[in-house]
Design a protein around this ligand. Structure first.
Ligand code: SAM
Ligand code: TMP
Ligand code: ZN
Length: 410
């Protein structure tokens, strides 16, 4: 007998479509010698047959992922820094032009977006549970509250600061299994004409590109216009705009407003129609995705094994959270990849979770270059390949695996 899995949004039935087995916490980089104390959980994904929300079937306790030493820094990419500055300026010239406007950002991390808002003098508050990154934001003069945003925290903010014109969350809402509590809180915190804007990896892009490494502990939900519209409706909010974004391998920026307060844009109907036409809400589409994942897994393992047997030197680039799924699911360890280069200080000197490949600073990447580099941070390909042009010039070849396994120049 199979156990029924309840949808975290609507209590409907969740049908599992891909299972990655036991996986570690994706950002829990391991101190050498402490490999035996790692935490593992069953990583599998399913879709709700009622509201269509795609979701993990099991959550990792939030304090295991987001804590004082959470290593991810949002400012790590130049292209993303520009993206955040543009986003902040766009709010400043649209939603934040009234009398004493107020913006709240959930998951502000190191403050990369709010610093532009703070410089403009607009009233703001970041809500960020991970203490270390919150301290970096506070050091930039940003007002930060160290908390997990949820209904009770929203009520306290409203009491202390008044209603918000904008609540913003990037790559954060999809991280929160208790989304009902968050949306009730947002609904309560927003002013009558306020908006909740959030951007997260888009299910349509994940399925199109077979970017299965977007599936890991922190990414609990995989949003589509269909599932977001229904989730919003359940909380007296309405999906009033959508915008596709090229960042992080393909995202959508969704805008929700109190139900009836704004007219939905044509883009909403457009994306809903696109999803219906491509069959994004059909179980068969997701099952086919699961089958393609297994093909990539076999191809990547076969390639890396052949390169090792031929005596090729292989390194990896970008110790991303995403890479936990690809490395562990494909069984890629230090026998196949000698190290992973990464600019994040808190990851260096440690081992990748579960797969135990040493993480080394970016300045270790130089002549003599390895023969091949597995690009784990494929979402930053343009920036990284431009920066590391010397590797290509020296005859090195990049290996990518989204949407399929490829070796550049071959
Ligand atoms: N917004 C940044 C960006 O897009 O680069 C940071 C994204 S990071 C992947 C996710 C952030 O969400 C982490 O800094 C984490 O601490 C924070 N977070 C997790 N749960 C949260 C919650 N309930 N409320 C607010 N922030 C949360
Ligand atoms: P992300 O895909 O979650 O943004 O993570 C990107 C990771 O790649 C992060 O650990 C920082 C690292 N990185 C580099 O090492 N060099 C770079 O040039 C860029 C853009 C990222
Ligand atoms: Zn549901």
């Amino acid at each position: 007998m199979t156990t029924r899995i309840f949808c975290r949004v609507c209590d409907g039935d969740v049908e599992e479509f891909v299972d990655f087995g036991r996986q570690p916490v994706s950002n829990a980089f391991v101190v050498p010698g402490e490999e035996d104390s790692e935490y593992f959980f069953p990583l599998a994904v399913g879709a709700c047959s009622s509201c269509h929300m795609v979701q993990l079937v099991e959550e990792v306790p939030r304090e295991r992922m987001f804590h004082q030493d959470y290593p991810y820094l949002s400012s790590g990419s130049v292209l993303m820094r520009n993206h955040w500055e543009r986003t902040a300026k766009s709010f400043l010239s649209t939603e934040l032009t009234g009398d004493d406007p107020f913006v709240v950002e959930l998951g502000c991390n190191d403050g990369v977006l709010l610093e532009t808002i703070a410089h403009s003098g607009v009233r703001h508050l970041g809500v960020e549970p991970s203490g270390g990154v919150a301290d970096i934001a506070a050091g930039k003069g940003i007002r930060v509250r160290k908390d997990f945003f949820e209904e009770s925290v929203a009520a306290r903010i409203r009491e202390q600061e008044g209603p918000a014109d904008v609540v913003f969350a990037a790559n954060t809402l999809c991280h929160i299994p208790y989304i009902g509590s968050v949306l009730r809180g947002v609904r309560d915190l927003l002013s009558e004409n306020g908006v909740f804007v959030f951007e997260d990896p888009y299910l349509g892009d994940i399925v199109d590109r077979t970017s299965f490494d977007q599936i890991y502990d922190e990414h609990f939900y995989f949003f589509s216009a269909h599932s977001v519209r229904e989730t919003a409706r359940l909380h007296s909010l309405e999906l009033v705009d959508v915008e596709r974004l090229p960042v992080h391998g393909g995202e959508v920026r969704y805008t929700l407003a109190p139900a009836g307060s704004r007219t939905p844009s044509e883009a909403v109907a457009g994306l809903l129609a696109e999803e219906a036409a491509s069959g994004l809400t059909l179980p068969a589409t997701l099952t086919a995705f699961g089958e393609r994942v297994e093909r990539i897994r076999a191809d990547l393992r076969a390639l890396l094994t052949r390169l090792r047997d031929e005596g090729s030197r292989v390194m990896a680039y970008g110790a991303t959270a995403k890479s936990a799924t690809v490395l562990n699911h494909c069984g890629i360890g230090p026998d196949l990849v000698e190290c992973v280069v990464d600019t994040t200080p808190a990851k260096q000197g440690r081992l990748t979770p579960g797969s135990h490949i040493p993480v080394v600073p970016a300045d270790r990447f130089g002549a003599p270059y390895p023969d091949h580099v597995l690009l784990l941070a494929w979402n930053h390909a343009e920036e990284i390949m431009a920066k590391e042009e010397g590797f290509r010039a020296a005859g090195g070849q990049w290996i990518t695996y989204v949407p399929e396994v490829r070796v550049t120049g071959s």
